[in-house]
Design a protein around this ligand. Structure first.
Ligand code: SAH
Ligand code: SF4
Ligand code: F3S
Length: 476
């Protein structure tokens, strides 16, 4: 990171990059005239919606430079890999993928390979890439997405790997187009970064400190989306419940959610992720008050015992978590709940697992994301002594999964003959089946015409299976 770059105000940086986009576009036009084809780009995204969203921005700027999207990486003139490092297997996948790109350079020496995302925020990863993956041309971090056009330009003229990874927290940079994948459903970032430093988690180191977007900017984006046909938005942040604290005029998440709910024409609003320490009753009240705020609550508990929650630095107790769940169940009709769980955190005992299973049975989750603990360099838990052996982690993981599945299957089977309203999302040509989701985020499959995509329809569940629901359209 150079100091000079840090003092360039973001508006100037955007203007510089606008000029570069134009320069590269003209060059690419020349290429097209000479070779009778457009240059092509391939982009692959790992990780969460934060990365998905950054990829949308990258895709928009690359398309403006005149590159054409391809799904065949062998055909590409520009490859972008947006990486995740939340768990070790995510990183291993990325290294594997970058390796497969090496031979492509022999066929197309002008190919540019750019690697970005959370993995690049770690110094040791950048060193590894520079040393062992010399075919990579550009490396940039999560705070440098807006500067990609300039980095690409450098890569065309420079022999060495172009590296730009700012470890500052970054400011919120507005005004970048994004190429949205689903017009029907859109993700809207309301904040970036995380201040929580859960002891197992790398995200605060890769995404920097928490910062919120201005409420009016968010609302304007949502109104615009709705005008262009979006029916559902998901408000995104690592901890949406602490939204607005960093703004010059602080706004709370429930205030934002209430205003979003009032956007005319917006049919469904989801949000994630909620942190149990910050989820206020006001938010649950807004969920109960507005029909278009989804009754789906994703509330990661991570562990079932206070000892582990403390060691994880989660800052809530099992009791306060259960108190929130009770309030939500009491006030929100048709509430569905999901969670994230970590199995095998250092020091975890059989008793901790029993307590977790007990909690699962009490909450009765509708779905859950269960992860085996993965040591992450630079996090406090990585230094903890009592790491759990892999084989024990797996035995415990299966035990927890069994308890979860029993409940999830039971809840699914209970839905037989119920009528649910779903938003139709997509159509499978192969079996002429439509897929949609209920307000509570359950997936439902049924026969119907493709023209129903984007519509709300009532479905009677005729065939609830263990992990999926099948039904028929009913007239109501
Ligand atoms: N901000 C969100 C999501 C963070 S990452 C939240 O706080 O819930 C998504 C999930 O990955 C986490 O909820 C956690 O369950 C899991 N996770 C994060 N770091 C992990 C690690 N080192 N090992 C295993 N799972 C991890
Ligand atoms: Fe990671 Fe915790 Fe922040 Fe979620 S709240 S991103 S788990 S540090
Ligand atoms: Fe992965 Fe970064 Fe998201 S580490 S989970 S892509 S914030």
């Amino acid at each position: 990171m150079s100091k000079r770059e840090l003092v360039i105000p973001s508006n100037d940086l955007l203007a510089i990059n606008e000029n570069v986009i134009e320069e590269i576009r003209i060059e690419n036009e020349g290429f097209e005239k000479q070779y009778g084809r457009k240059k092509k780009f391939f982009i692959i995204t790992y990780g969460c919606q934060m990365n998905e969203h950054d990829s949308e921005k990258l895709r928009a700027s690359v398309e403006r430079m005149g590159y054409q999207l391809t799904f065949v990486y062998e055909d590409a003139d520009l490859i972008i890999v947006n990486t995740c490092c939340v768990r070790e297997n995510a990183e291993l996948k990325v290294y594997g993928k970058i390796g497969t790109f090496k031979p492509l350079k022999q066929k197309n020496p002008n190919l540019i390979i750019a690697i970005c995302g959370c993995m690049m925020q770690q110094q040791h990863v950048v060193e590894e890439i520079k040393k062992k993956y010399r075919h990579v041309d550009v490396v940039f971090g999560t705070h440098n997405v807006h500067n990609f056009p300039s980095l690409l330009k450098d890569a065309y003229t420079q022999k060495n790997t172009v590296v730009q990874v700012w470890d500052i927290d970054g400011e919120v940079i507005e005004g970048l187009d994004s190429h949205r994948k689903y017009e029907l459903k859109a993700y809207v970032n309301i904040m970036y970064g995380c201040n929580n430093f859960c002891t197992y988690c790398i995200v605060p180191y890769t995404r920097g400190r928490e910062r919120s977007r201005e409420k009016e900017v968010i609302l304007a984006e949502i109104r615009d989306l709705v005008k262009n046909g979006t029916k559902e938005v998901t408000l995104l942040g690592q901890n949406v419940n602490s939204y607005g604290k960093t703004l010059s005029q602080p706004v709370s998440f429930d205030e934002l959610l209430e205003e979003v709910a009032q956007v005319e024409g917006l049919k469904r609003i989801k949000f994630m992720t909620s942190h149990p320490k910050d989820l206020s009753r006001h938010v649950l009240d807004v969920m109960a008050k507005y029909d278009n705020v989804s009754s789906y609550l994703h509330l990661p508990v991570q562990a079932g015992s206070n000892a582990l929650l403390k060691a994880m630095n989660r800052n809530y107790t099992r009791e306060s978590y259960m108190e929130t769940i009770r309030y939500a169940k009491e006030h929100i009709p048709n509430l569905t709940i999901s969670t994230d769980l970590i199995i095998g955190f250092p020091g975890e005992t059989e008793e901790d697992i029993e307590m977790l299973i007990d909690l699962i049975k009490e909450v009765r989750y509708d779905s859950a994301f269960t992860f085996i603990y993965s040591q992450r360099k630079g996090t406090p838990a990585d230094e903890m002594e009592n790491q759990i052996p892999e084989d024990i982690k797996h035995v415990r993981f299966n035990k927890v999964l069994e308890a979860l599945n029993e409940i999830i299957i039971e809840k699914n089977l209970q839905l037989k003959d119920e009528v649910v309203e779903i938003l139709v999302e997509n159509y499978s040509e192969k079996d002429q089946t439509l897929m949609g989701r209920t307000d509570g985020n359950r997936t439902v499959h049924f026969k119907g015409d493709e023209s129903l995509i984007g519509e709300f329809v009532s479905i009677k569940i005729t065939e609830p299976k263990k992990f999926s629901l099948y039904g028929e359209i009913v007239e109501v």
